[in-house]
Design a protein. Structure first.
Lengths: 326, 118
């Protein structure tokens, strides 16, 4: 028996499932290829006995192994039914949003969150949280895929719930001139603020002060903390400024997504700042816990807003990608 | 890609879709007399119809699974051959499919005539 034929059948076998069925399919293909190559050998010197070249031609005519195997596989029921494909992105986005929120809570409050047996969110630092999120995304995607797979395989017509707040995929249109002018003005204002902050930082080593007397500014924070927080604030403004400038030419959601992710990372960095010995001015002892919680609440609120925007942008992008691939 | 190439590609993919149903009827018709896969391919070629081998065999398998055709190996020759033949259930299916096809043909004929008169 030709080695070429056996290795071809072996390759097809690799893609097929079910031992008995596989053997039957391979027997069919083997019989056909031998028959065809023998027929082509008739009249030749090897009359009726297929040689390697004839077998090779018959194999080539039968087609690549994977394609052949796919023809035998049952394609009547896909892994996820087309009607449920859009829910893969929708539900993954929702689940991931929930994960991101829990992560933000975990980072801010430095506590474990347990919702046995569904959620275990250990206490995370900012870096750990940033490393954790991609893993969480893949897990969410896997869970949603599994659920949709089970629904598809059940063969039942299940109406999956989805709230009406879904955004329109046609929401993203190229910026018109008026929009460009508006975004341009906003970008220049932001650039002005960023430049002013950089100027203050270079001259005074901080951008946080307790008074507005430019000739005699008194810093709000201790030098090291002030420097760190100032750089983070400048980075936030610079990110928004760059995003606005890019949005003059394009309204790609990627710009918003990257800007949101960077902003969330920067807020995370702010949250890692120890509160002890932070202020360079005297603050009454009893006020310090209130200020601490006030700042945390404010940062949390900003983080939640950015997260909502991030989720919204991911949903729009996913839906547009899905619409394009249909 | 030129307009002509795109049209040819479109025709190719639509033809594949149209062939799917046609091939079912054709195979069920050919199997009135027991025959094996390679002989069917050659027979179709003599009729002016080329079938991809890797389409025919999976189709035969599906038809057999559904009980519309049956098969048995013939080991009496030098090479083993798997002979297929239509079942009673397959004949009923073939008759129904031929009715569908005839009706589609009639509709198309009618529409084509109407177009000519416009």
């Amino acid at each position: 028996m030709s080695d070429k034929l056996e290795s071809y059948l072996e390759e097809i076998s690799h893609f097929l499932s079910g031992k008995d069925e596989r053997e039957e399919i391979l027997a069919d293909i083997r019989a056909h290829i031998l028959e065809k190559s023998a027929a082509s050998a008739e009249g030749a010197a090897t009359a009726g006995t297929p040689d390697d070249a004839a077998i090779e031609r018959a194999i080539a005519a039968f087609g690549p192994a994977r394609r052949v195997a796919e023809r035998y596989l049952d394609q009547s029921r896909p892994i996820i039914a087309p009607a449920y494909k859009r829910f893969l992105f929708r539900y993954t986005t929702l689940l991931f949003a929930f994960h991101v929120l829990l992560t933000v809570f975990g980072v801010i409050f430095k506590k474990d969150f347990v919702l046995f047996p569904f959620v275990f969110m250990p206490r995370l630092g900012v870096i750990e949280a940033l490393m954790y999120l991609p893993t969480a995304f893949l897990t969410d995607l896997g869970i949603v895929t599994l659920v949709l797979y089970i629904i598809t395989q059940s063969g039942k017509d299940i109406r999956l719930p989805w709230p009406k707040f879904a955004v329109d995929i046609n929401e993203v249109k190229p910026p018109v001139l008026a929009e460009r002018i508006f975004i341009g003005i906003a970008a220049f204002i932001m650039l002005g603020i960023t430049d002013f902050l950089v100027y203050l930082f270079i001259k005074h080593g901080s951008v946080f002060f307790v008074n507005l007397d430019l000739k005699n500014l008194k810093p709000l924070f201790m030098p090291a903390a002030g420097q760190r927080l100032s750089l983070i604030l400048i980075a936030m403004f610079a990110t928004s400024t760059m995003a606005l400038f890019i949005k003059i030419i394009t309204k790609s959601r990627w710009v918003d997504i990257i800007s949101d992710v960077v902003s969330l990372g920067l807020i995370g960095l702010v949250l890692t700042q120890p509160f002890e010995n932070l202020f360079a001015v005297h603050i009454e002892e009893r006020l310090i816990p209130k200020i601490r919680y006030g700042i945390k609440f404010l940062l949390l609120f900003i983080a939640v807003m950015i997260t909502i925007d991030l989720i919204k942008n991911i949903v729009i992008l996913s839906r547009r990608k899905l619409a394009q691939t249909r | 890609m030129t307009e002509k190439e795109r049209t040819e590609q479109d025709i190719g993919s639509l033809e594949t879709e149209m062939n799917r149903g046609f091939l079912h009827i054709l195979v069920l018709a050919l199997l009135e007399k027991d025959t094996y896969g390679y002989a069917m391919v050659k027979h179709m070629e003599t009729l002016g119809y080329t079938v991809e081998e890797n389409t025919l065999y999976p189709l035969l398998r599906r038809l057999e699974k559904n009980g519309w055709i049956s098969s048995k190996w013939d080991l009496s020759e030098d090479r083993p051959r798997k002979f297929y033949g239509i079942t009673a259930q397959g004949r009923s299916l073939r008759a129904a499919l031929l009715d569908v096809w005839k009706n589609q043909n009639r509709v198309l004929d009618q529409v084509t005539k109407e177009i000519r008169h416009v």
